[in-house]
Ligand binder design. Structure first.
Ligand SMILES: Nc1nc2c(ncn2[C@@H]2O[C@H](COP(=O)(O)OP(=O)(O)O)[C@@H](O)[C@H]2O)c(=O)[nH]1
Ligand SMILES: [Mg+2]
Length: 364
């Protein structure tokens, strides 16, 4: 074989108007560089039938392939499936919307050919790179997210969230089982499981999307935080457990703030204030656990109501456990520690039983 083969994975969701333009560009650039290549579109059953058009394109051009996924969603997992189905020695990822300039691919391939690196990232944040026409808020969020990524990986990459990169196949083959595949940060995922990579960065300017609209909205930030939590604490406990404890702590904070507000500011009786604070905090915990912690098992309609009763019932038992443990320990340790351990035992009971009986998840 003269040149290493290049597989270009393009995740798509509603990109019907963009893919023929991208494919034409890739084709002319790669063929002028005499590159052996394939383009793999991975489409999550787009409502605009991107997969159908990609299939027609694949029938007309043997370099084009399409994976249509049904019942699954997510940028990272789509890219991983593309990698797994690919034939190339080098694997590249690029957005379908021409925000990444395909003209840079030959240079990126060149860097890999030199043999002194196994991952080349097109970065918006070095030298001549740029995020294009982003507003100040988006730039700030991106910068904060970039610095936080340092928590989970040893590399000082300027753009670990870049969706435009190329790597040697071996990097994926040896790490595939460790990748989380969740969310949108596939590059960070790869860099956080392998600290032996040799990385190079080249600058590029993030262009404006050609057609269609961005799929990465506000929940991207939540997903990103979850990813960092999972990579930081996930080796000790499941992400669901961490989320449950975060909601629980926020609920406790809410409880004390409400109690002090009703009792001190509004000057209601202590008993009424306490009752109101407890009821609201339970409702808060239940709702946020349903919306976030157990998102994939979210209860709706009637089961949302029956779930609420189950939740209350199980939490009453948790409260009794909390009470008994605290009372017992009070004979041995200081009251703060006794109440903390009591609350911890209660919270664990609540998590365990609610995840099994209320949200019916398989326990992680
Ligand atoms: N298969 C698949 N592709 C996705 C998904 N979400 C986004 N994409 C694609 O991933 C690329 C980057 O998404 P985009 O919306 O452009 O994000 P932005 O560039 O940050 O605004 C685009 O080609 C999208 O079509 C998804 O859930 N599944
Ligand atoms: Mg884009």
């Amino acid at each position: 074989m003269l040149f290493p083969m290049l597989s270009i994975v393009v995740p798509t969701f509603n990109e019907r108007n963009n893919i023929p333009i991208l494919a034409d560009k890739l084709k002319s650039i790669l063929e002028s560089h005499r590159c052996d290549y394939e383009i793999i579109f991975v489409d999550d059953n787009s409502p605009d039938h991107t997969w159908e058009l990609a299939r027609e394109m694949s029938l007309a051009d043997e370099h084009i392939r399409i994976i249509r996924r049904v019942g699954r969603k997510g940028l990272s997992s789509a890219v991983i499936e593309g990698f797994l189905a690919s034939k190339g020695d080098y694997l590249a990822v690029i957005d379908a919307d021409l925000q990444h300039d395909p003209e840079q691919i030959p240079q990126m391939v060149n860097e890999l050919d030199k043999g002194d690196c196994d991952l080349v990232i097109a970065s918006r944040y070095i030298d001549n790179g740029s995020v294009g026409d982003w507003n100040k808020l988006r730039i700030l969020i991106s910068e904060i997210a970039t610095s936080m990524s340092q928590l989970v990986m040893k590399y000082r990459s300027t753009d670990p969230m870049s969706g435009f990169f190329i790597l040697k196949r071996d990097v994926i083959d040896r790490n595939i089982e460790k990748l989380s595949g969740k969310g949108f940060k596939i590059l960070l995922d790869i860099m956080s499981v392998d600290d032996t990579l040799q990385i190079k960065e080249i600058p590029y300017t993030f262009s404006t999307r050609l057609h269609g609209e961005s799929k990465l909205g506000n929940d991207v930030i939540v997903q990103y935080m979850e990813f960092l939590l999972e990579r930081t604490f996930g080796k000790y406990v499941g992400i669901q457990y961490i989320k449950y404890m975060i909601v629980g702590s926020l609920g406790a904070l809410l409880h004390f703030s409400l109690l002090s507000f009703f009792y001190k500011t509004l000057e209601h009786t202590y008993s009424k204030s306490l009752m109101a604070a407890i009821l609201i905090a339970i409702l808060f915990n239940y709702s946020f656990n349903n919306l976030w912690t157990f998102r994939s098992h979210r209860l709706k309609n009637l089961s949302l109501v029956t779930g609420y009763f189950k939740y209350n019932l199980l939490c009453v038992v948790g409260a009794l456990a909390n009470y008994s443990v605290s009372m017992y320990l009070l004979g041995y340790v200081d009251w703060v520690l006794a109440s903390f351990i009591g609350a911890f035992v209660g919270a664990n009971w609540n998590y365990l039983t609610n995840s099994i009986y209320t949200w019916k998840t398989k326990h992680e």
